[in-house]
Design a protein around this ligand. Structure first.
Ligand code: NI
Length: 227
């Protein structure tokens, strides 16, 4: 399932991101790719672990921690520090699947990639192409979101980024390990939580049925989650 998380970053934050990225060093994107994905990856990236990438990554993670939609959809356990890429002049990323395990450089931490995240940083009308195409059970889905919006998609899916034929597409991308490994269980929990939110808005947080359903949600988390 693909889930869009709107308005992760504000207009002011996006302005700040652009000013920082303009004065940053961009390198060949193959450095963080595996063997197969490296063969089809044509883009540039902010240097991983550079002060700029770290600072902007922290802002993103701070914003996401405040997003109840993100937390409900992802149930994040470990998040890889955000990376940043840029496609221009026909650059693209051919069909691949993301590496299953990612070691966070300079730490003993390893992240199983359950969900892949793309946070768009440039407005869609400023470039042509650059759609993220994700193949899931329902066929191929194309994603091109406004700046500041993010998409979550299963890391198990084959996906590619279409060539950018005008302008530049800048995005942040990263992966996360969910507390709930199984995508089907995670989707059930997300649907249940969203319905509980709607019901509690209608009936109030203390309505006995809302309390009971909230209890069921937490007890399912107990069954399925690693913490
Ligand atoms: Ni990928």
């Amino acid at each position: 399932m693909l889930i869009a998380i709107p308005d992760v970053l504000s207009t002011e934050q996006l302005e700040y991101f652009r000013s920082v990225m303009e004065r940053s060093e961009w390198i060949d994107g193959k450095v963080t790719a595996g063997e197969q994905s490296g063969a089809v990856k044509k883009n540039s990236q902010l240097k991983e672990g550079s002060p700029e990438a770290r600072e902007l990554g922290e802002i993103i993670l701070g914003a996401l921690s405040q997003s109840s939609l993100f937390v409900s959809a992802a149930l994040p356990l470990k998040i890889f520090p955000p990376l940043f890429n840029r496609y221009a002049g026909g650059q693209h990323f051919g069909t691949h699947v993301d590496n299953a395990i990612r070691a966070i450089p300079g730490t003993p931490v390893r992240v199983r990639t359950d969900l892949s995240c793309t946070l768009f940083l440039t407005e869609p009308d400023s470039y042509d192409g650059g759609e993220l195409v994700v193949e899931d059970n329902y066929g191929a889905q194309e994603v091109k979101l406004p700046a500041g919006h993010m998409v979550l998609y299963p890391s198990t899916s084959l996906h590619h980024v279409k060539p950018v034929t005008r302008g530049a597409r800048v995005a942040s991308f990263f992966w996360l390990q969910s507390m709930v490994r199984d995508g089907g269980q995670r989707t059930l929990l997300f649907d249940l939580d969203q319905n509980i939110q709607r019901l509690s808005a209608e009936l109030g947080l203390t309505h006995p049925n809302v309390v009971s359903l909230t209890g069921i949600y937490h007890n399912l988390i107990r069954c399925w989650a690693d913490a």
